[in-house]
Structure formats: C-alpha cells, structure tokens
Design a binder for this molecule. Structure first.
Ligand code: SAM
Length: 218
C-alpha cells in the first residue's frame, strides 16, 4: 500500500469515528478517490488532513468531512442525475461520481475558466470523465438543459436559496446549499422538494464556504 493509500484509509476511518461517514457506500466512495490528484502540487503533503486546502484563484477544496457530510445528506444512489455548483479542482464531483455512476451523471458548474480546465484534466486522469461533465458558467442559475436533477449541491455560500435551483430539482429531489454571509459564517440547508411548489427545509448547522458569485449569488 502506498503512503497516500494508507493515509486515505486512516482519514476515512477518522471520518467514520467522528460520525461524518455513516454508510458503507460513502465510505467506499471516499476510500476510492485519490484526493492527492485533486489538489495543487505544493498542497500534496496535506492531502489527507481533514481541512480545506487552497487551490489558487482565492478558492479552496472543501475539507473531507464536509464532502462526506454533503454526500450522506444527499442519500445518493446509482443512476441519479446530479448538479454540482462549484467544481473547484473536481474532488467532490469524483466522490459523487463513485456513488451515482456508472449509470448516473454529475454535471459540475464552475465560473472560473482556469479551474474548469484543471477539474476536467484531474477527472480525466483519474477515470471520471465519462461520469462527470464540467461546465463553465454561472451555476447560481442552474443548468436548465440537463434538468430535472435528482440532487443538487452548492459548494459556495449563497445569500438566499436560488429559485432556479429549486425549479430544476425533481419532485422527491434534494438540494444542499450553504446560505448566509459571504465572508464568514453560513448555515448548511437541506431542501427536500415534496411537490412542484412544496419544500421542506432542514438546517444542518454552521459552515464556512467561499461566496457564490453570480446572478443569484453575491
Ligand atoms: N467542490 C469543490 C471541491 O471538490 O472541493 C470545492 C469548490 S470551492 C469550495 C467553491 C467553488 O465555487 C470555487 O471554485 C468557485 O470558483 C465556485 N463558484 C463560486 N460561484 C460560482 C457560480 N456562480 N457558479 C459556478 N461556480 C461558482
């Protein structure tokens, strides 16, 4: 076993002990994705610390416990059509691809062109290119051409829950999004679409994400 594989196993066990990973599916998915392939060279020694890491452009890759928590809250299943807002370097999308693939699909939107190219390269090199499509654009407006989505998750903090995302969610679908201030504290909200115009919101607690920049963002 390589050092990275050993450290990954240790991190996953830590996340299980901390209660962030609750299902065998999420455990297997996080065990499968090499996080070191989704971060800049100078950050590689820190790949298996449970913390966010800088990826340039003032952005970050989310901490592993946050990725685990989002995946668990979304109750992902094979075959689902998923929309991610905020691809970054592509790590979270790869973990979700493990859960919904090979028959499901992840559309991941990113507003910074340089990150779109890096995420695509990372996903291609690690074998996720068929299951994940990275798209350049303002994800606060969603991706109507590929809607409805069974699951939508936003990895940047919004001032409110964008209506286009609620519209593009399938009935029975789930949306996870941090809502709150752009520079410090937000609350992670889980929204379940009960019927075309009925939603149930659950507050999952405090988080700290970079801001969602766009028409329905900051
Ligand atoms: N999902 C990433 C991961 O795997 O760790 C984390 C991404 S980072 C926390 C948030 C990303 O959201 C940044 O790359 C940022 O450029 C992007 N972003 C912010 N506003 C956006 C928008 N309106 N549309 C698409 N991407 C956006």
């Amino acid at each position: 076993m390589t050092d990275n594989a050993k450290n990954r196993k240790k991190l996953v066990e830590h996340l299980v002990n901390q209660g962030y990973i609750q299902t065998e599916m999420v455990k297997k998915a996080m065990q499968a994705v090499p996080r070191e392939e989704f971060i800049p060279l100078e950050q590689k020694p820190y790949a298996y610390l449970d913390r966010p890491l800088p990826i340039g452009e003032g952005q970050t890759i989310s901490a592993p416990h946050m990725v685990a928590m989002i995946c668990e809250e979304l109750s992902l299943e094979e075959g689902m059509n998923v929309l991610e807002i905020g691809a970054g370097f592509g790590y979270n999308a790869a973990v979700v691809a493990e859960l919904v693939g090979p028959t499901g699909h992840v559309y991941s939107m990113e507003r910074i062109e340089k990150l779109v190219h890096i995420a695509r390269d990372n996903l291609k090199r690690t074998g996720y290119a068929k299951t994940v499509t990275v798209i350049l654009g303002d994800g606060s407006l969603g991706l109507p051409d590929h809607a409805p989505f069974n699951r939508i998750y936003v990895t940047a903090a919004a001032p409110h829950i964008p209506e286009p995302l609620k519209d593009q969610l399938a009935v029975g679908g789930k949306l996870v999004i941090p809502v709150g201030s752009p520079d410090s504290y937000q609350e992670l909200i889980l929204i379940e679409k009960i019927s075309e115009n009925e939603f149930k919101n659950i507050n999952l607690g405090g988080v700290a994400f970079v801001p969602l920049i766009g028409e329905q963002g900051w």
